[in-house]
Design a binder for this molecule. Structure first.
Ligand code: AMP
Length: 318
């Protein structure tokens, strides 16, 4: 009698959530594939099913966690699969965000994830001429991404009607308060329809933010993702103790070591940012500054040139 002993390896397969598990429609799934997204991030995994069910959401998440897609994907799906209204498109979703750059990024994401859908979006913010924004609004849109000042301005001028809003997103609520937008936000809340779904995101949840959240959310689902580490693991950190007078020379020296990298430099003041740019340019390093004293067009140009590697160094205030 022979006894065969079969040795077998047992593979423990840990099932990972996929976008398919989240019951996303094919049109969105293929758009995410085209973006190179393979699986949902933790905030997406936790938030998307609730948002799809129409629940209010209180999300504690920072930029970088994938929070934009966590609200953009289920919003697109709700708009795409919900009732279709005939006639001119009405604004059904409003995303309020504190900065102009964030507003642009969020609308870009809506366009990317919604590339296979028949939905239209617009972004409005201050610092640029309003005419193009008005034209876009008048052509009929489903999704509006806005910063508070320009939004109220265009509402007052009667270019925007918020009475058809079904979903409202308040993004980066803590920054919104820090930047002094609380009165604008409260004013907007009086204009929005009472019956709506509200998604509220903030990186931090101090009492002031929680009480604002409580005042505008109804039985919200709470979702929290704390970043695994506060900095990306791929970033090597160093500290230099150095005299103020030598800081620029050290920076130049460091920049010349990694000649192909894109570099972000943060300064405390706008004036300081401009000074560093002048110094770098004088030393043949292509640089641009981005801060609140720059026109919006200059800010956008600096970002575009940084992305396309036209300039190597972007010097910014916070
Ligand atoms: P956010 O936190 O929304 O600023 O997103 C941070 C970055 O993560 C953006 O560049 C997104 O395009 C990207 N991102 C979001 N979700 C995913 C995902 N599921 N897979 C890969 N990248 C993602």
């Amino acid at each position: 009698r022979f006894v065969y002993i079969l040795s077998c390896r047992i593979f423990l397969i840990q099932r990972m959530t996929t976008f398919k598990d989240l019951k996303l429609i094919d049109a969105i799934q293929s758009a995410l594939e085209a973006q190179g997204y393979e699986k949902p991030t933790p905030i997406q995994e936790q938030a998307i099913p609730h948002v799809l069910l129409g629940k209010d959401l209180l999300g504690c998440a920072q930029t970088g966690t994938g929070k934009t897609a966590a609200f953009a994907i289920p919003i697109l799906q709700q708009l795409a699969t919900g009732e279709v209204t005939r006639g001119k498109k009405q604004i059904r979703t409003l995303i309020l965000t504190p900065t102009r750059e964030l507003a642009t990024q969020i609308e870009d994401n809506f366009k990317e994830y919604g590339r296979n859908l028949d939905l239209r979006s617009a972004v409005i913010f201050g610092g640029v001429n309003q005419n193009n924004q008005i034209k876009r609004l008048q052509s009929g849109i489903d999704i509006l991404v806005a910063t508070p000042g320009r939004l109220l301005d265009l509402i007052n001028q009667k270019y925007i009607n918020l009475s058809h809003i079904e979903i409202f997103v308040l993004d980066e609520a803590d920054r919104m308060l820090d930047m002094g937008f609380i009165h604008d936000v409260k004013k907007l809340l009086t204009i929005l329809p009472k019956k709506r779904q509200t998604l509220f995101f903030s990186a931090t949840m101090p009492d002031s933010i929680l009480s604002l959240a409580n005042s505008i959310l109804t039985n919200p689902v709470k979702v929290e993702v704390t970043p695994a580490s506060t900095t990306a693991a791929t970033i090597q950190q160093s500290v230099y103790i150095i005299d103020k007078n030598n800081k620029n020379l050290l920076l130049l020296d460091d920049l010349k070591k990694d000649i192909d990298d894109s570099v972000l430099v943060f300064t405390r003041t706008k004036h300081g940012a401009d000074k560093i740019v002048r110094f770098l340019e004088k030393n043949d390093v292509k640089a641009a500054a981005i801060h609140g004293n720059k026109s919006q067009n200059a800010r956008q140009r600096a970002l575009d040139n940084f992305k396309s590697k036209e300039i190597k160094v972007l010097v910014a205030t916070d």
